[in-house]
Design a protein around this ligand. Sequence first.
Ligand code: ATP
Length: 402
Amino acid sequence: MLNKKSVDDINVKGKKVLVRCDFNVPLKDGKITDENRLVAALPTIKKLIADGGKVILCSHLGKPKGEPKPEMSLAPVAARLTELLGQEVKFAADANVVGENAKAAVAAMKDGDVVLLENTRYRVEETKNGEAFSKELASLCDVFVNDAFGTAHRAHCSNVGVTEYVDTSVVGYLMQKEIDFLGNAVNNPERPFVAILGGAKVADKLNVISNLLEKCDTLIIGGGMAYTFLKAKGLEVGTSLVDDTKIDYCKEMMEKAEKLGKKLLLPVDTTIAKAFPDPIDAEIEISVVKSDAIPADMMGLDIGTETAALYADAVKSAKTVVWNGPMGVFENPILAKGTIAVAKSLAETDATTIIGGGDSAAAVNQLGFGDKMTHISTGGGASLEFLEGKDLPGVVAAQDKE
Ligand code: ATP
């Protein structure tokens, strides 16, 4: 079990607290177009303010690749956070992040004040976890808080390097929630535990399939990746998305399931069309056929109705459900039915429901089921690595509870 010290386990009164947040928000003409990540960071920031800490925020934004790029400045984030918090968030505009402005702003802080540093990726050392920049960040603070789950799978100065030079390193509320649900629920689930995997390619999720197969009771496969499994079973899959180099891998996984006594569910029927919709949301003529009757010139683009019912049924009896990847080309309303059916079954169950990953989270929110899930992960790459059973450097770097 991951048992990390959190902001609830420390006393920050009068202390300088450096908080690594995920403020990597989309910007258009200097305006924030989606502020979810800012809102998600507020509970930790408010807690530290209330406890009388001097709160120094930092984050990356985009990929400036070690150069100060004005269009990737965090200045608009400081302005919006000022409004959201109802108190000034002073922006330290230093091209080298920890420069004269940052040092002066921190030196002038009173308990409960908030300062935001410039984009950490303005520094070329950031993504290399370099020593000098890690030490500079550490020199600003007494305590370090990591609340940026989205970068937890990377070892950078602002989430890993810095912890080597600060006595106290803990996690924030957002990070704690990801650890509780993705880290601990997957490793110590209430059973039956059903894992649902979809999305485009098998190759993207080799380790996720293998790890979840060991942990879960039932593994459900949908989406584009299902066709490589069906072909591995010897079925004709027409022009569906198939990775011929992963056929043996799929066979291995089916054998592994059998050996471990796990259920591995594949589509029993499939929604087919002549070609991939172009544009993706174009009107499309579909039919549903049994998975062993896909014509050679047709493409599978969603699970079929019988499969949707079968998968929903498996979810009904579960106590824990983890879902990553859509069941079909959900961007097209005609091909979103399988994904909707699965989302609906998750929304209706009393089980702990955890959504990992960017596209799956987007699908669930877009379909209006977001508030019905127990947890929707905020990190795409990081959540996949958690599901692979890997240790995330950003999580490892935080101190364990005694
Ligand atoms: P992320 O890794 O960001 O969390 P994801 O794991 O949720 O994403 P991806 O692997 O990126 O999902 O795959 C999602 C894409 O797969 C969607 O754009 C969807 O249209 C596509 N997809 C789903 N089913 C099929 C199919 N049968 N054929 C082709 N593409 C498909």
